[in-house]
Design a protein around this ligand. Structure first.
Ligand SMILES: [Zn+2]
Length: 414
């Protein structure tokens, strides 16, 4: 059984859009009130009611709130309960050290609400369009761009810079087939986004760089406009639209490339990169200012722009579907090691692109050399088995972190 998300563009009528905004607004309010209650009032609450301030207690409070205000009762109760569940999860993540302290949801940024799967109904209208029936809202048309599969567990309505969308989180019966495709090592870089141990170079589309420049200049324009002015609002909208477009181009490339990889290879080996550490600012402190701050900022932007992390997440579940594996190895010295004789020497890396071994004279593209090393690092513990390379971890299932799928409903969005 696997959980998969299906996202479609909605085509609501003007009245439905007003309802969407109302639903999103009330759910945001419920979330923010509950957050404030947890932040400021929990001591008093626990003293007077003798019960812990958790989801159950807050859902009870919500019922009282609904009885008092008609405009809160006008919005589906499940959506509001889901908002409280999101908050509960946000606090659980915070206390487990996985996330920062929950912050209030903001208008224009967190416009989303969620129903449970059994409350909604989906109907096909024609080849291009389908409709979804939402409680208290009715039938809303959406552009049916791909077939919906499995059992719908929950449905999220959310707005981004390009309009309202619906996301179905579905549970699908799936048994992964036996995968007998070969293994590959992938080196991630800035000049070539991905280099395979087969020698192929793959890069993010050039349009991404162009839109990145436009996006940055749009953000500069926002900074120049007066706060609260109409022109500032227009500039903000433009910047949002551009960054949404940039995200789509990047994700499209990630999906296509990951699909291709998962079809061709059974085991993919990547370096275990700490992207958060790699992209830390070089700014330093007041007493000890950092060096090359601007250059590091530029490199950070390039690293983040490559979308390495998103690619990894997508690749993990696509491989899992086909019975493949994603493995990660220690990245230390992969670019300074000779893939031919194994000698480690920093001088062997002649330039960004060229690798010439100081010991055996082996010449190769630096990224290609690194990709071979990455693949080899994993196969050190591998044995040939029925014509297929499998590492000890894969065969025994030990020491192998299961590839995680992206949560379908993180933060109320898909
Ligand atoms: Zn060598």
């Amino acid at each position: 059984m696997v959980l998969r998300g299906f996202r479609y563009k909605l085509a609501p009528t003007a009245d439905q859009e007003t309802l969407f905004r109302q639903f999103a607004g009330v759910c945001r309010l419920v979330y923010n009130l509950a957050l404030e209650q947890r932040h400021d009032w929990w001591r008093q609450f626990e003293r007077t009611t003798k019960s812990k301030l958790n989801y159950v207690a807050q859902a009870r409070e919500l019922t009282k709130l609904r009885a008092e205000f008609d405009w809160i009762a006008a919005v589906s109760q499940t959506c509001q309960q889901q908002a409280l569940r999101d908050l509960d999860k946000a606090f659980a993540n915070f206390f487990a050290g996985r996330a920062c302290y929950p912050t209030p949801r903001r208008k224009g940024v967190n416009d989303a609400f969620r129903f449970q799967g059994r409350e909604v109904e989906v109907r096909k209208l024609n080849g291009k369009w389908s409709a979804v029936r939402l409680p208290k809202i009715g039938w809303v048309k959406f552009r049916d761009s791909r077939p919906l599969r499995g059992t719908v567990k929950n449905v999220t309505i959310a707005m981004d810079a390009l309009g309202w969308h619906v996301s179905f989180a579905c549970e699908i019966d799936h048994v992964a087939p036996i995968n007998i495709c070969p293994a590959v090592g992938i080196d991630r870089g800035v000049a070539n986004t991905l280099t395979l141990s087969t020698g192929e170079h793959l890069s993010v589309p050039a349009s991404l760089e162009a839109i990145e420049r436009r996006c940055r200049s749009a953000q500069h324009v926002v900074g120049r406009r007066k706060k609260g002015s109409k022109r500032r609002l227009t500039a903000i909208r433009r910047a949002f639209r551009l960054s949404a477009k940039r995200a789509r181009i990047r994700r499209d490339w990630q999906h296509k490339t990951a699909l291709d990889m998962s079809r061709r290879f059974g085991t993919v080996v990547l370096e275990d990169l700490r992207i958060k550490n790699m992209t830390a600012s070089a700014r330093g402190t007041m007493e000890e200012p950092g060096r090359m701050v601007r250059q590091k900022a530029g490199l950070n932007r390039s690293i983040l722009n490559q979308g390495w992390f998103g690619f990894e997440t997508i690749l993990a579940y696509k491989l899992e579907e086909r019975g493949g594996y994603l493995l990660k190895v220690d990245p230390a010295y992969t670019s300074q090691t000779c893939s031919e004789c194994g000698a480690v020497d920093s001088r062997s890396r002649e330039s960004q692109a060229a690798f010439v071994c100081r010991h055996c004279g082996f010449r190769a593209h630096a990224d290609h050399n690194a990709a071979i090393n990455i693949l080899r690092r994993n196969s050190a513990s591998m044995r040939m088995e029925e014509g297929h390379w499998l590492s000890d971890e894969v065969r025994t299932g030990r020491g192998l972190a299961p590839p995680e799928n992206p949560p379908a409903s993180a933060g109320g969005r898909c």
